[in-house]
Design a protein around this ligand. Structure first.
Ligand SMILES: *Cc1c(COP(=O)(O)O)cnc(C)c1O
Length: 454
């Protein structure tokens, strides 16, 4: 073992503060406190440099599927690293990327069988947006350059992905660098921006969407949507039937439907892909987070014959898709992804999720009774608990109070790692979590909410 593997926690903390710039983090505050340094993982647990254990309540940023350091995945990775660590897809094929694409084609929505690899969710969405526009160019409609997006949507942090997103705080600073989109109302039923009530509405948000399509017919390349649940927006779950109606409208107005399954893909919603729940087949689909089970960065933008064939022609026709990333189709990541698909089968994972999803529902129903829980939302094994200052009026806590963060800090003291989205507490554990671990997670979150809000 290298001497660098036995560095003290103090030294690690010092170097971290001196050299590492953490994402979405106010570093001045980070530097003030002693931070947890993770050195090991085991099943659904993360272990820090002092040996303290934390239940991984957010699946290490929504990526982990089969647990940390799962033996079969570790072995697949070790085996592959002794064969080939990396070789490019620019001008060469590579074994693992080929087998993975063939296997993925068996589980993606019908007809989506062409895989353009990249290495994270943002790039998968950049690729989707560029692919959709270039498709329109090849179809002889270069004026179709606009995208319809939804309020509260999140599609990643690169400029194109931010442009098609709909979360204001991510947009304020970078507005001058982004392209304009057509922003449609999102079905955030707890705080409906159209003032409707889900119990009596007819999804007026769908009418607004159609209005946008009508007004801009002939100028829109594609519509971008997180199917069933807007993740980073606050685990905002769409009413049943919404996705289906969006698909129907895209058909009616001849708009490419781009489904961002980066967070929802690979079992999170209880089905392999969120689109499956409503029998929806998007024209383009982005997948990433769970694809390599949380081991390595990997992503793909998936499409079918309609889009793919528009790019075919002689070289001189300039129909080539001019896009690519250096680590595209990395063999290590693909080998782990392949083994992960095997584990889905071997562990009967999707069927095994059902009792956990029901248990989570029960536990969330209890949370509704807490005096500062305004709304709970669940889609499969993803859920959000929205905390409010006033339960009667739904008045939110002022964001400066960092109520979500405070609840998560309490949870941490009790052995759970979680990360909120504003005032919403997130539940997004590895899919292999056991019912008793899920109970522990919910016990700790409920208690932490009580301690902070009551
Ligand atoms: C996380 C996420 C992304 C961005 O993925 P990165 O790997 O962080 O770039 C895009 N879309 C959705 C829905 C996500 O949840």
């Amino acid at each position: 073992m290298s001497v660098l593997n036995s560095i003290s926690t103090e030294q690690l903390r010092q170097w971290d503060k001196r050299h590492v710039w953490h994402p979405f983090t106010q570093m001045q505050e980070w530097d003030r406190d002693d931070q947890i340094i993770i050195v090991k993982g085991e099943g659904c647990w993360l272990i820090d440099s002092d040996g303290k254990r934390y239940l991984d309540g957010v699946a290490s940023m929504w990526t982990n599927v089969h647990g940390h350091c799962r033996r079969e995945l570790n072995e697949a990775l070790k085996e592959q690293v002794d064969r080939l660590e990396h070789s490019t897809l620019l001008g060469l094929g590579s074994e693992q990327s080929i087998i993975l694409a063939a296997q993925l084609a068996k589980i993606t929505p019908h007809g989506l069988d062409r895989f353009f690899y990249s290495d994270n969710g943002s790039t998968a969405m950049e690729v989707a947006v560029k692919m959709a526009y270039q498709y329109q160019v090849h179809a002889g409609r270069p004026e179709r350059s606009r995208f319809i997006t939804f309020r509260n949507a999140y599609h990643g942090d690169t400029l194109g992905a931010v442009s098609v997103g709909g979360i204001d705080i991510y947009h304020t600073t970078f507005k001058p660098l982004m392209f304009d989109t057509l922003l449609a109302p999102a079905p955030y039923c707890y705080r409906c921006e159209l003032g409707c009530n889900r119990l009596s509405c007819n999804m007026e948000c769908i009418d607004s969407l159609e209005e946008i399509m009508k007004l801009n017919a002939g100028l829109v390349a594609g519509l971008v949507i997180e199917p069933l649940v807007q993740g980073a927006g606050g685990m905002i779950v769409q009413p049943e039937g919404f996705l289906r109606r969006v698909r129907d409208l895209c058909d009616r107005y001849d708009i490419l439907m781009i489904a961002d399954e980066v967070a929802t893909g690979f079992g999170r919603t209880g089905a392999m892909f969120a689109c499956n729940h409503e029998g929806v087949i998007p024209d383009i689909m982005a997948i990433s987070k769970g694809i390599a089970a949380g081991y390595l960065p990997l992503a793909a933008t998936v499409t079918g014959d309609k889009v793919y064939s528009a790019f075919l022609g002689s070289y001189s026709e300039l129909k080539t898709f001019f896009h690519g990333h250096t680590f595209t189709g990395n063999p290590l990541a693909c080998a782990v992804a392949l083994k992960s698909l095997e584990l889905f089968q071997q562990d009967n994972l999707l069927a095994e999720l059902q009792p956990k999803i029901s248990r989570l529902k029960q536990r969330l129903d209890e949370c509704v009774l807490l005096s500062h829980v305004g709304n709970v939302r669940q889609c499969g094994l993803a859920a959000g608990i929205e905390l409010v200052e006033n339960k009667e009026t739904g008045a939110p806590y002022p964001w400066e109070e960092q109520i979500g963060i405070r609840v998560c800090l309490e949870a941490r003291k009790r052995g759970v790692f979680s990360r909120p989205l504003g005032n919403t507490i997130v539940i997004f554990p590895p899919l292999v979590i056991s019912v008793s671990e899920l109970d522990m997670l919910m016990n700790v979150l409920q208690e932490s909410i009580r301690v902070v809000t009551e």
